[in-house]
Write a protein that binds this ligand. Sequence first.
Ligand SMILES: *[C@@H]1O[C@H](CO)[C@@H](O)[C@H](O)[C@H]1NC(C)=O
Ligand SMILES: *[C@@H]1O[C@H](CO)[C@@H](O)[C@H](O)[C@H]1NC(C)=O
Ligand SMILES: *[C@@H]1O[C@H](CO)[C@@H](O)[C@H](O)[C@H]1NC(C)=O
Ligand SMILES: *[C@@H]1O[C@H](CO)[C@@H](O)[C@H](O)[C@H]1NC(C)=O
Ligand SMILES: *[C@@H]1O[C@H](CO)[C@@H](O)[C@H](O)[C@H]1NC(C)=O
Ligand SMILES: *[C@@H]1O[C@H](CO)[C@@H](O)[C@H](O)[C@H]1NC(C)=O
Ligand SMILES: *[C@@H]1O[C@H](CO)[C@@H](O)[C@H](O)[C@H]1NC(C)=O
Ligand SMILES: *[C@@H]1O[C@H](CO)[C@@H](O)[C@H](O)[C@H]1NC(C)=O
Ligand SMILES: *[C@@H]1O[C@H](CO)[C@@H](O)[C@H](O)[C@H]1NC(C)=O
Ligand SMILES: *[C@@H]1O[C@H](CO)[C@@H](O)[C@H](O)[C@H]1NC(C)=O
Ligand SMILES: *[C@@H]1O[C@H](CO)[C@@H](O)[C@H](O)[C@H]1NC(C)=O
Ligand SMILES: *[C@@H]1O[C@H](CO)[C@@H](O)[C@H](O)[C@H]1NC(C)=O
Length: 470
Amino acid sequence: MIYSENISFQLVDLLLVLAIFSHVTWTVKSSSHCKQALSREIRPHSVAITEFGAVGDGVTLNTKAFQNAIFYLNSFADKGGAKLFVPAGRWLTGSFDLISHLTLWLDKDAVILGSNNSDDWPVVDPLPSYGRGRELPSGRHRSLIYGRNLTDVIIAGENGTIDGQGSVWWNWFRHETLNYTRPHLVELMNSTGVVISNLTFLNSPFWTIHPVYCSHVIVQNVTILAPLDSPNTDGIDPDSSDDVCIEDCYISTGDDLIAIKSGWDEYGISFGRPSTNIIIRRLIGHNRNGSGIAIGSEMSGGVSEVYAENLYFFDSSTAIIIKTARGRGGYVRNIYISNVTLAGVDTAIWFDSNFRQHPDELYDPNALPVIERITVKDVVGDNVKVAGLLKGIEGDTFHHVCLLNVSLNVTSESPWNCSYIQGYSASVSPETCQPLKESVYPKHSSDCYHLSDHLQSSGNQNRGSWLLSW
Ligand SMILES: *[C@@H]1O[C@H](CO)[C@@H](O)[C@H](O)[C@H]1NC(C)=O
Ligand SMILES: *[C@@H]1O[C@H](CO)[C@@H](O)[C@H](O)[C@H]1NC(C)=O
Ligand SMILES: *[C@@H]1O[C@H](CO)[C@@H](O)[C@H](O)[C@H]1NC(C)=O
Ligand SMILES: *[C@@H]1O[C@H](CO)[C@@H](O)[C@H](O)[C@H]1NC(C)=O
Ligand SMILES: *[C@@H]1O[C@H](CO)[C@@H](O)[C@H](O)[C@H]1NC(C)=O
Ligand SMILES: *[C@@H]1O[C@H](CO)[C@@H](O)[C@H](O)[C@H]1NC(C)=O
Ligand SMILES: *[C@@H]1O[C@H](CO)[C@@H](O)[C@H](O)[C@H]1NC(C)=O
Ligand SMILES: *[C@@H]1O[C@H](CO)[C@@H](O)[C@H](O)[C@H]1NC(C)=O
Ligand SMILES: *[C@@H]1O[C@H](CO)[C@@H](O)[C@H](O)[C@H]1NC(C)=O
Ligand SMILES: *[C@@H]1O[C@H](CO)[C@@H](O)[C@H](O)[C@H]1NC(C)=O
Ligand SMILES: *[C@@H]1O[C@H](CO)[C@@H](O)[C@H](O)[C@H]1NC(C)=O
Ligand SMILES: *[C@@H]1O[C@H](CO)[C@@H](O)[C@H](O)[C@H]1NC(C)=O
């Protein structure tokens, strides 16, 4: 009897130690986690694109040179991989395919330019989690830099540039002369171990960097720019992907700077692949017709365990938004956002639950999204119009929404407008709306995601293990 009590006591002790350990490794080790991956950059073999006949004059089309170089480098995939070096110059190309164990390396003044001819961007199948192209039914143009079923891929360089020359696409979009959905600048599909670092991305035709059905993706120290009025030029869109780390980025585009997605209505629900374990930190950005960090509007496969911190958004339309609708299904849960600085932002926090774009008429209007356990903490802002536009869905209240230490200088007469939401708050100025009035402390800190209950939070176990596995 005494003996078995002893054992169970030791077991509890051990579990506690393990739990504390996994939390500590996150906060301490997570900063080295992104760097560790970069040591894999050394490749034993290297070729320059010029060895395959490429001409960096900005007019010669180099698609064949990229394809031939990568075909050649495939023979080194099982020998530690290889590097394709792109020297200074302006390298015009159509869409090309990457391979596993490849580093695409852009020298300091190297510019990869996307062709202005839509035929150079072949049409591929729609994503199964969208059921159709995002803009038009049927297929979609393939991204300029594309990869599928890959492992260990690095796209990096000394601040070289990948320029999609998107203006031709934006014009086709505006004049409604597109035949298929516009292409991304970079898309990696069903791939693992992806690093994108130390580069500048300009003028994407559509979303800029799109990891979809991927695991272990790092986007670090990149600049992403597109005109503030360019249509749908999102910065980075992790889509049905897990273990994604985005850090030290500057993004200024025509739409959402980062949008976390997971498929669209009935197609996303049946595909059922969530986005989870997403870390975003040290992001600076600016938008006119989008947001700093968005979740959705396509979130039908679910989005969870998102940690975003040290964010600075200026002269922007919206800082943080969750976009959803009836028919979307899925869930958004366990979201923790902290240390946000805003300067000149129209809406600081927005839950838009009426984002009614559906792939077709087959969606189920009774598929309601579950939105819960959203913590937003340590926010300061100057010259903000509206603090919070927090709208749940009638009959589908968004719950455990927690706001702490939010201090905004707001110009609107009614800074908060809330409906169908439930939650708690502490130290919020201007004074928050009625449904969030109840204090977080002392009774409700464990109802708020990632506040005082690290040891019990469901995300902790996952997070500890994926970071340790790096
Ligand atoms: C592509 O189109 C853009 C905008 O019309 C133009 O500035 C650029 O020179 C064109 N590039 C090529 C290589 O044709
Ligand atoms: C994903 O890639 C792996 C190989 O890396 C392959 O075995 C698998 O079939 C692919 N799945 C899809 C849906 O493309
Ligand atoms: C990726 O894997 C899927 C599923 O196995 C396969 O159908 C597809 O052809 C593969 N694509 C490439 C580019 O390897
Ligand atoms: C970011 O990239 C630039 C070159 O593009 C490099 O000089 C700088 O050291 C990088 N910073 C980090 C933190 O990696
Ligand atoms: C990289 O280049 C972009 C565009 O030219 C520039 O805005 C950015 O400051 C550069 N980044 C670094 C780290 O040098
Ligand atoms: C759409 O198709 C028409 C007819 O084939 C073609 O003339 C046009 O160039 C295509 N548009 C784009 C943007 O590719
Ligand atoms: C990016 O630049 C930094 C600083 O020069 C370097 O430490 C890091 O390894 C680079 N990243 C990649 C993937 O080369
Ligand atoms: C802003 O984006 C929305 C949705 O993409 C679009 O309908 C609208 O036309 C855009 N507005 C401007 C001013 O670009
Ligand atoms: C908060 O974020 C800012 C950048 O926006 C950074 O300078 C500051 O050090 C961060 N504060 C903490 C406590 O991490
Ligand atoms: C409140 O948030 C601001 C901005 O992130 C931060 O500087 C400050 O230390 C926080 N205050 C407390 C009591 O945590
Ligand atoms: C908000 O305005 C007050 C009074 O105008 C000013 O003292 C304070 O510094 C401002 N706060 C911020 C965060 O800008
Ligand atoms: C809240 O928003 C609704 C419409 O979304 C509007 O009718 C109402 O006037 C707003 N309330 C306040 C206090 O701003």
